[in-house]
Design a protein around this ligand. Structure first.
Ligand SMILES: Cc1cc2nc3c(=O)[nH]c(=O)nc-3n(C[C@H](O)[C@H](O)[C@H](O)COP(=O)(O)OP(=O)(O)OC[C@H]3O[C@@H](n4cnc5c(N)ncnc54)[C@H](O)[C@@H]3O)c2cc1C
Length: 410
C-alpha cells in the first residue's frame, strides 16, 4: 500500500511508523513543511493512559518517550491574596521538539521516508497514493480543500492565550492567578526538561485589551507578562517564539470539528479532524491514539472505505467524553473571575473540579491533603502507583521482541 501522510506532527509520524511496522511492504511517506528539527510550541503533558497505549503499540518508541519524559508529582495552585494550595495527581511532560525527534527517528528506523521542507500547496501535487492521511494540524489545508464534504467547523474560543517558554524550572505543574488593575491573568506552567518549563498565559479579552497586549510587540508583551508574574519567575525570562518572526504568539483557541473524516482515499487524523482545548492537555494524546486506531483499521485487511469508517466511529466514541471535559474546562477558565472570591481551598477545588466530575469524597480528600502529613502520604502513594505501573510496562516490554504489537481492537 502507498501511504502519504501530509504533516509530520505527532499524529503523522506515529501513524507512519505503525503502518510500516504492521506491514513492511507498505510504502509510507511523510510530507512535512518545516525543516527537520523545527517545530512550534513548548512542552506537552500526558498521563499513564497514553504511556500504556504507547507501550502496547510500539514499545521501542514508548521506552524512549518514557526515558525522556519529565515526571512531576502534584499540582500547585497560587492566586493573589490566597495561600498556596495543592491538588493531588502526578503526570509527565515532554518538549514537543524532543517528542518529534524521537518519533521521527523511530519512523526512519522503521523505513518511513520523511520529506522535510516539503509543503503541500495543492492536493493535485500529492504523489500517487492508495491512502492520503491529512495530519496537517488544526488549520489543515487538506481539510479546507474539501471543507464542505468534511462538514468542518471552527469555533473561536473567547479567551486570549499565549504559549510561552521559560528557563525557570517549576517544581511541579503550577497554576498561577494574578489580579491586575485590569482583571485576572493566569498561567499554566510545568517543567518539561531540566532547563525549561512551558508557560501558557491566559486572560479574558477585556483584560487583554485593557493591559495593552493588542498594541505591544512580542518583546514588550513578554516583558509586561514577566513583570505581572515576577513573583513566580525568580527573574527568569519568558520566551515568545514569534519574537523573531514578527507579530506575537497571542491567539484564541480554535475548536475544530468535522462531521465526516474520510473522503475517497483521504482521511483526517489528529488536530485536522478535531482539536481539544489545552485546558485538559490532551490533544497530542488524542492525535496519537487516532494514529493507533487508524493503523489498526488499515492493518485489518478490510476494504479501505470500511476500514476508514470503522476508524472514525471508534475514535469519535472515544473522543466524546474528553471533548465534553475540554469544553467544560475551557468554560471554567472563561468564567474564572467569578470564582476569584472563593477562599483558597475551595478555589483550588473548583479549579480541579472544572470538568464537573468529582464526588464528595474527593472534596474531603482535597481538604484533608492541604496539610503536610496527609499530603505527603498521598504523594508517596501516588508515586508508588506510578512506579508500579512503569514497572509493569517495562516488564511487558522485556518479553516482546521490540516490534509493534497491533491488537486487532478496531
Ligand atoms: C497552548 C497549547 C498547549 C498544548 N498543550 C498540550 C499538552 O500539554 N498535551 C497535549 O496532549 N496536547 C497539547 N496541545 C495540543 C497539541 O499540541 C496538538 O493537539 C497536537 O500537536 C496535534 O498533533 P497533530 O500531529 O495532529 O498536529 P500538529 O502537531 O499540528 O502537526 C501538524 C504538522 O503538519 C505540518 N503541516 C501543516 N500543513 C502542512 C502542509 N500543507 N504540508 C506539509 N506539512 C504541513 C505542520 O508543520 C506540523 O508539523 C496543546 C496545544 C496548544 C495550542
Amino acid at each position: 500500500m502507498r501511504i502519504t501522510c501530509v504533516g509530520g506532527g505527532p499524529a503523522g509520524l506515529y501513524f507512519a511508523t505503525l503502518a510500516k511496522l504492521a506491514d513492511p511492504g507498505n510504502e509510507v511517506t511523510v510530507l512535512e513543511r518545516n525543516p527537520a528539527g523545527v517545530t512550534w510550541g513548548w512542552g506537552v503533558v500526558f498521563w499513564d493512559d497514553l504511556l500504556d497505549d504507547l507501550f502496547t503499540y510500539d514499545p521501542v518508541s514508548a521506552e524512549r518517550i518514557w526515558d525522556a519524559a519529565y515526571k512531576w508529582d502534584e499540582y500547585e495552585v497560587r492566586a493573589t491574596g490566597k495561600p498556596t494550595t495543592h491538588l493531588a495527581g502526578y503526570g509527565f511532560s515532554l518538549g514537543r521538539h524532543r517528542l518529534l525527534e524521537i518519533l521521527a527517528e523511530r519512523a526512519v528506523e522503521a523505513g518511513v521516508e520523511i520529506s522535510y521542507s516539503d509543503e503541500l500547496a495543492d492536493l493535485g501535487d500529492l504523489p500517487p497514493s492508495d491512502l492520503v492521511v491529512a495530519c496537517d494540524g488544526a488549520r489543515s489545508r487538506v481539510r479546507e480543500a474539501h471543507a464542505e464534504h468534511f462538514g468542518a467547523e471552527v469555533e473561536i474560543a473567547r479567551n486570549k492565550y499565549i504559549w510561552l517558554g521559560t528557563p525557570k524550572v517549576f517544581d511541579t505543574f503550577t497554576f498561577g492567578f494574578e489580579e491586575t488593575p485590569a482583571g485576572w491573568v493566569w498561567f499554566h506552567a510545568y517543567p518539561f526538561d531540566e532547563h525549561t518549563s512551558t508557560f501558557i498565559v491566559e486572560c479574558t479579552p477585556a483584560t487583554w485589551s485593557a493591559l495593552g497586549f493588542d498594541e505591544l510587540d512580542a518583546a514588550a508583551g513578554t516583558e509586561k507578562l514577566r513583570q505581572i508574574f515576577a513573583s513566580h519567575l525568580d527573574g527568569a525570562e519568558l520566551i515568545d517564539q514569534r519574537a523573531d518572526l514578527g507579530g506575537t504568539g497571542w491567539l484564541n483557541f480554535r475548536r475544530v470539528t468535522a462531521q465526516r473524516w474520510d473522503h475517497g482515499n483521504v482521511v483526517l487524523m489528529g488536530d485536522s479532524a478535531h482539536t481539544t482545548h489545552f485546558a485538559i492537555g490532551s490533544g497530542t494524546k488524542l492525535a496519537m491514539q487516532d494514529a493507533m486506531a487508524l493503523a489498526d483499521a488499515v492493518a485489518s485487511g478490510d476494504d479501505l472505505p470500511v476500514a476508514l469508517e470503522r476508524y472514525e466511529h471508534r475514535r469519535k466514541a472515544a473522543l466524546a467524553p474528553l471533548q465534553r471535559a475540554a469544553r467544560a474546562s475551557s468554560n471554567w477558565f472563561e468564567h474564572m473571575p467569578e470564582y476569584a472570591h472563593l477562599p483558597a481551598r475551595r478555589f483550588s477545588y473548583a479549579l480541579s473540579n472544572r470538568r464537573g466530575e468529582y464526588a464528595t469524597w474527593r472534596y474531603l480528600l482535597h481538604m484533608a491533603t492541604q496539610s503536610t502529613v496527609p499530603r505527603t502520604v498521598l504523594r508517596w502513594t501516588l508515586s508508588a502507583r506510578r512506579w508500579s505501573r512503569a514497572r509493569r510496562r517495562t516488564d511487558a516490554t522485556n518479553v516482546t521482541t521490540g516490534h509493534a504489537i497491533l491488537p486487532n481492537t478496531a
